[in-house]
Unconditional design. Structure first.
Lengths: 220, 220
């Protein structure tokens, strides 16, 4: 088991501290299950939040994209950033409007990214991104050639300053509201894969197991 | 149809401008379908990105939460913010690692929020939040009483400076990669509701239609 983090002043969960966690095991699971993350950076005092695919490898979070991406340019330049990944597990429906909520798990990673320039680490990161979307797929694709690696920008953020926050359990209505004639409960949500849509011109390729068996458990 | 926005220097989609849209119809649909959004704000030069439930009413985006929430406190104070909502529609699996992608739709709204203090607007916003999670549900719950409304902080952001960005369609492999023996195609994703988990002590309440028929179409 990974050692747990000590929260910093910036990652400590202030509101409802019982919902906070600094365990790497909890943090890693959320990062690995979330298909995408949202990256925040600041430009001229204005925050921007952009969705992107991420991949974790050990203690590092990788993002990839075009060298001309504004987000990656800011991050490669060492701008402070915040990467947040969120899973939604259940709708939480109470008898009172006020107590409606979602059961969710989210992770926030703060810090300063670095640009990855080492060719081996770039290959590793690009492989990790493919396997993040579809576990096991990187053995069944053509890997990036030198030119593709050169024209892909990769940035790496250490998972040093990170916290998880989550809600679980039933709705919490006031005692007197239990008498009300309204339905209350939870609605679990899952990501369900549909029927794969193959490309034309496939050469002898059946739908592979890594696509056929793709699952993201019981979470969005 | 709503008039389209003119993009500002801050919302114009620079990378792959063909993926950008400034049509209110497109923007509103994404905002309405996304269960949650990610809110970015800046504190002491550091960006923070937090997930939260939002609701659109006309030209306004509402967020709600505790008066002690750090995010809402910053937004209520007029700090510049960015609210981003994202739907993931399909995994895009190419023959080459580099061409892997996601089909997605996202909206970014920039601006300065205001705190909602008018009791009627607060009621409207709290109602909108319940109906955002489960359309039609606000008629089947106890609405917020005066104390609950007072102890809920609501902030409103006008949908003035906003842009959508999306990817759709198949993977785009290089011509010479079409000969490779790898499977390529798309995997559509849907949010599938599971079996509702009712609270104990319900008083004559069957699972209502708005819960039984809950759908979010073909998107995460």
């Amino acid at each position: 088991m990974e050692p747990s983090h000590e929260p910093t002043e910036r990652t400590r969960v202030r509101r409802k501290p019982s919902r906070g966690s600094y365990e790497r095991e909890v943090i890693d699971e959320i990062l690995d299950r979330a298909l995408i993350c949202h990256v925040g950076f600041v430009d001229d005092g204005q925050p921007y939040v952009t969705p992107t695919i991420h991949a974790r490898h050990g203690d590092t979070l990788y993002l990839h994209g075009s060298p001309s991406s504004r987000t990656l340019t800011a991050l490669a330049g060492g701008a402070p950033c915040c990467i947040t990944a969120t899973l939604v597990d259940e709708l939480v429906l109470a008898r009172s409007a006020r107590q409606h909520s979602l059961n969710y798990r989210s992770v926030m990673v703060l810090g300063n990214a670095r640009e990855v320039t080492d060719p081996d680490e770039k290959q590793l990161a690009m492989r990790a991104v493919v396997d993040h979307i579809v576990p096991g797929r990187s053995d069944h694709v053509r890997g990036p050639d030198e030119k593709e690696a050169e024209t892909t920008r990769i940035v790496a953020l250490p998972i040093d300053e990170a916290s998880a926050k989550l809600r679980e359990g039933p709705p919490v209505d006031k005692r007197e509201d239990h008498e009300l004639p309204f339905w209350a409960g939870r609605l679990p949500l899952t990501v369900a894969p549909g029927t794969p849509i193959p490309e034309p011109e496939l050469h002898g390729a059946e739908i592979p197991d890594h696509v056929r068996n793709w699952r993201r458990d019981s979470t969005v």
